[in-house]
Design a binder for this molecule. Structure first.
Ligand SMILES: [Zn+2]
Length: 749
């Protein structure tokens, strides 16, 4: 057996390239904390220099270790098509859609989508998703919403291997393929008069086609339908010929800001066909697109607030554009492997963390960037799009920090913003959300106060159309092939993968776990072809940044020379190479400790443990409300409000947050941990109890938690010492289990 652990130093965390994880005032114990330098603790000047240095060092290890970040094309033999020269070699290669199946709680999430809205959009939202849709040849909606739905429905159908879901997606695929004109153009091409609730103009816009490209890429991955490759080739020839006179921004500005999605599919096709014109097209697309690289690297785009309605309107500050645009420099980096593209994304994530972020992995942007006040909104579309960007970015760069961030959104923001039955969603969620009611709040976009209630068409209907891609694509990105004919698990959830490894024989690896509600992950190997002969291949596992003391056993035996503390804390990827045989098991333990993260809005703090953020548990009273008849076409039949009789205005104690290991008591309910659905208050398997103090002056304002009292670490100036409430015990549960919550707490003395 050989074991490679890369990088090799015991204090690698400062090499992280794109950390969202903030400074932490206290962890239970970490040999590395003393030397840790995180971007947010540095001045902006040295932060940038640190970023370059960090990548430089990691680059060195990459070359020695795996070829990750190799600046020169290196294309090892792989059983699955990776990048073709001159694109850089990718450390992680997509497996065909359908190779990765969810199990346990993740299967339950996909099943809830199957019985919930994802299978029913044509009847829940018939005006747009019904037969009148332009992407089915009708005179109804001609723009993004139909493709949005299929971009989630199609991967769900093939991951679950569900014939009725495939049958729902098929007419859309067939119409798309049949719609191609001799010149290569495809999709709706005729504008219609405005009709309330429908987007019927700008039918020729480049933007909705970018969503269609993602659909066709996934469809080909699942089916190898031979029509797809010549179809895409012809469309990309059309783009190359037409863009000089009909540029990305000709119809609407969206294509200019989301062109990374287009370039991604162009490179994917290039890897299949090797057609050189595709590289020219990618360059042209990048040139016509918004320059995120320089905006992130040199500009102040992410340090202020934006406006969608102007003056002047600023599409670059739009939350979904940023979520999608985040990957654009790294997509392009594959062809032009210059350090600036990596640095720009690192800088962008650091700036977001500093100026816009909330603990659940998102940022205040309702819809324009709106700062890090935890009562600003975060749009559901931006959560699923940022997840997709992080999935793409981690596979191209091998940077495990993107995987950490992906888990942060998937396990915190995403389950909280969609109802348990997958039938309704919030357009915006708030990190501190104490009252989900129809009311006009201080958001950049307001839709008659329906912005945070749970509904179908409440707020703006993009999210109801686009939310379906979140869990299926997350599932598809749990596992990757590697260029040396091995496998890698980059994010963790119960699943199984079937793939060719080593000499081309198939192996199935089952991943049993209650993660993120548990710290143990068990992998079981089954060789499917000629199982009597062992298979030698590398299995790579990510060690999350937050984990101080990871441990691995193989067939029950602690890994020799690799157990704590010999597994370097803060290592990112562990490589296990050995002759694997059927029945072999690997148990990865990622102990989770309570950590208090700081420098959130107005000096507030958040409580984290492993990949989960913890929030104040509140009683939730759900009420169904009817939408007045005149508004039904706009906002749907009904929506759900959520209120609480409980107090929520607590501050954490300055004394206890210094020693979270002793002052925050963690209780785990093993029965709840093993259940298939734990994403609500009553099913939450983990509780953290701690002492807190009510802040009487922190009151409800405008049906929102009022201004967050600024945490002053030296005392509570202005406080009437005769009226300080006594300490009380509060209970925190995982953010993803809450609908009402406080997740950014003031600190009180
Ligand atoms: Zn949306």
């Amino acid at each position: 057996m050989h074991i490679n652990i890369a990088p090799h130093s015991p204090c690698q965390r400062q090499r992280r390239s794109a950390g969202f994880q903030p400074a932490s005032v206290a962890r239970a114990s970490s040999p590395c904390d003393a030397t840790q330098s995180r971007p947010l603790e540095l001045s902006s000047h040295s932060r940038t220099r640190r970023g370059i240095l960090s990548f430089g060092i990691y680059l060195g290890f990459g070359i020695l270790g795996f070829g990750i970040f190799s600046p020169t094309p290196a294309h090892a033999a792989s059983l699955y098509p990776g990048n073709r020269a001159p694109l850089i070699s990718r450390p992680y290669i997509d497996l065909p859609l359908g190779s990765i199946k969810p199990r346990g709680w993740l299967l339950e999430m996909l099943n809830r989508q199957r019985t919930g809205a994802t299978s029913q959009m044509d009847t829940l939202y018939p005006a747009v998703m019904g037969p009148r849709n332009g992407w089915l040849g009708g005179d109804g909606d001609q723009w993004e919403r139909g493709p949005y739905w299929i971009d989630g429905l199609l991967p769900l159908a093939y991951i679950l291997d569900d014939e009725s879901l495939k049958a729902k997606a098929r007419p859309w695929i067939e119409w798309m393929l049949a719609s191609q004109r001799p010149d290569g153009f495809f999709g709706p091409a005729k504008d219609y008069k405005n009709q309330p609730g429908l987007q019927r103009d700008n039918s020729a816009d480049w933007w909705p086609r970018m969503v269609a490209l993602k659909i066709l890429q996934q469809y080909y991955s699942a089916t190898n339908d031979p029509r797809v490759i010549p179809f895409l080739t012809k469309y990309f020839q059309y783009q190359l010929k037409t863009l000089p006179t009909a540029p990305l921004g000709k119809w609407t500005f969206w294509a200019t800001y989301r062109v990374g999605d287009n370039i991604q599919v162009v490179y994917w096709l290039y890897n299949i066909t090797g057609d050189a014109f595709l590289l020219d097209l990618a360059d042209l697309l990048y040139k016509q697109g918004y320059d995120y690289t320089n905006a992130f690297l040199k500009g102040d785009l992410l340090s202020g607030v934006g406006a969608m309605a102007g003056p002047p309107a600023d599409p670059a500050s739009h939350c979904v554009n940023i979520a999608q645009g985040m990957k654009e420099p790294i997509i392009y980096y594959q062809r032009h492997p210059e350090q600036k593209y990596l640095d720009s994304v690192r800088r962008a994530l650091a700036d977001i963390r500093r100026y816009q972020a909330t603990p659940q992995g998102m940022y205040g942007a309702d819809e324009a960037l709106h700062g890090n006040n935890p009562t600003q909104g975060s749009e559901l579309c931006s959560a699923v799009e940022l997840m997709f960007s992080l999935e793409s970015m981690m596979a191209i760069t091998g940077d495990a920090a993107f995987a950490d961030h992906l888990e942060r959104i998937a396990f915190n923001a995403l389950p909280a913003q969609i109802t348990d039955d997958f039938m309704a969603k919030q357009y915006f969620q708030q990190a501190n959300q104490v009252m989900v009611t129809r009311h006009v709040r201080n958001f950049n976009c307001n839709y008659d106060g329906t912005d945070i209630v749970f509904g179908t068409l409440s707020g703006y209907p993009c999210c109801f159309s686009n939310m379906h891609q979140g869990w299926p694509k997350f599932t598809q990105n749990l596992w990757f092939a590697t260029p040396d004919a091995g496998l890698a698990a980059l994010v963790y959830s119960p699943s199984e993968v079937t793939a060719k490894v080593a000499d081309g024989r198939r192996v199935k690896i089952t991943e049993d776990t209650c993660y993120p509600m548990d710290d143990k992950i068990k992998f079981t190997v089954q060789i499917l072809d000629a199982p009597q002969r062992p298979l030698v291949f590398p299995l790579r596992l990510r060690i999350p940044d937050w984990c101080q003391t990871p441990a691995i056993t193989i067939n029950g035996q602690p890994l020799t020379g690799c157990t704590t503390p010999d597994i370097p804390t803060n290592a990112f990827i562990v490589e296990l190479g050995r002759p694997w045989k059927t029945g072999d098991t690997v148990e990865l333990t990622l102990p989770m400790q309570v950590a208090i993260t700081t420098a959130w809005y107005d000096n507030s703090v958040a409580v984290e443990r492993g990949p989960l953020v913890y929030a104040l548990r509140l009683t939730e009273n759900w009420t169904e409300k009817k939408v007045p008849p005149a508004e039904v076409p706009r906002y749907g039949e009904s929506y759900r409000e959520v209120t609480t009789p409980d107090k929520w205005n607590y501050g954490l104690l300055a004394t206890t947050i210094q020693t979270p290991a002793t002052q925050f008591k963690v209780t785990i309910d093993p029965a709840k941990q093993k259940q298939n659905f734990f994403w609500n208050v009553e099913n939450a398997p983990i509780q953290i109890k701690t002492r807190a103090r009510e802040i009487p002056t922190w009151l409800l304002y405008n049906e929102t938690a009022g201004p967050l009292p600024r945490s002053l670490w030296g005392g509570n100036p202005g406080e009437d010492k005769t009226k300080i409430p006594s300490e009380t015990e509060i209970t925190l549960i995982p953010y993803g289990c809450t609908t009402l919550r406080i997740s950014e707490f003031p600190v009180v003395q």
